[in-house]
Design a protein. Structure first.
Length: 290
């Protein structure tokens, strides 16, 4: 089981739109040195929606090779097609991923039975551990607790990234399947979920403040609530301001400002609007990152 601060890592890009592998490798090393607990490759924050299958494989393989077993690598392999998700998951295993994070099929709006059959089909076709990913604000579909309970009975479905930001949702999942692992998928409410039984956070904030996110998670999981709350207060600006525009726009700009990547992002996303630059800078300063 994975615990603590897990980064949903951005995908650095060159001016021509290709993947900047050197910058990606540098970010992986930075996260390992900053004690990040796991790296999520080619997730939403990694611009998975605009990566083709070969690029996704390249990102995962690059991270796996650089990590060299020093930290687990979890591959984002979800799509709105069960067949495509299956292919991406099998390729992630080929690339050396330790687990997969699979978002609910977006846009199609499948019923709950469709969601169950989707995940069941993937789980039965691979021995990789699978983490469910529920983010209805992006996908237009909500994986309900009763469906999570059914899926939790499948051996290699090990956890859920719950990104509704609602404590009551996490609590209902816990009451239905108490041995099932819950990860926060919402930085702003992550501490609250950690205080109520979540085992970690799959984080956007960790892209720019990896060590402090690690320290906050360690404090929360060890019941050092005063320290956890103090650290989280320092991070609070990032939790909110990294979403001033659609993720990963602010996170990529922050890393560019920090000198870690080039300022490139794939359309239809664009670099962070200049009116938000100072606000993100202030959040970085408050977090002690600069």
């Amino acid at each position: 089981m994975f615990t603590g601060s897990m980064v949903a890592i951005i995908t650095p890009m060159n001016q021509d739109g290709s993947i900047d592998k050197a910058a990606l490798e540098d970010l992986v090393e930075w996260h390992i040195q900053s004690k990040t607990a796991a790296i999520i490759a080619a997730g939403t924050t990694g611009e998975s929606a605009t990566l083709d299958a070969d690029e996704q494989f390249e990102v995962i393989k690059t991270i796996v090779n650089k990590a060299a077993k020093r930290v687990p690598v979890i591959a984002g392999t979800g799509s709105n097609s069960t067949r495509t998700t299956l292919k991406l998951t099998l390729r992630a295993k080929q690339a050396g991923a330790d687990a997969c994070l699979i978002v609910t099929p977006y846009y199609n709006k499948p019923p709950q039975n469709g969601l169950y059959e989707h995940y069941k089909t993937i789980a039965e076709a691979t021995d990789l551990p699978i983490i469910l990913y529920n983010v209805p604000g992006r996908t237009g579909v909500d994986l309900l607790p009763e469906t999570v309970e059914r899926l939790a009975a499948i051996k290699n479905i090990i956890a859920i990234k719950e990104a509704t930001g609602k404590l009551e949702r996490a609590q209902e999942i816990q009451s239905r399947c108490p041995d099932f692992t819950i990860y926060s998928g919402d930085d702003a409410t992550a501490l609250m979920l950690l205080q109520h039984g979540a085992k970690g956070v799959i984080s956007v904030t960790a892209n720019v403040a990896p060590l402090k996110m690690h320290e906050m998670c360690v404090a929360a999981l060890s019941q050092d609530q005063k320290r956890a709350e103090r650290l989280n207060q320092e991070l609070d600006g990032l939790h909110h301001d990294l979403f001033l525009e659609a993720n990963p726009i602010p996170a990529k700009w922050a890393l560019y400002f920090m000198g870690k990547i080039q300022e490139n992002i794939r359309m239809p996303l664009l670099p962070l609007d200049k009116r938000y630059h100072d606000k993100v800078k202030q959040a970085l300063q408050k977090a002690g990152v600069l």
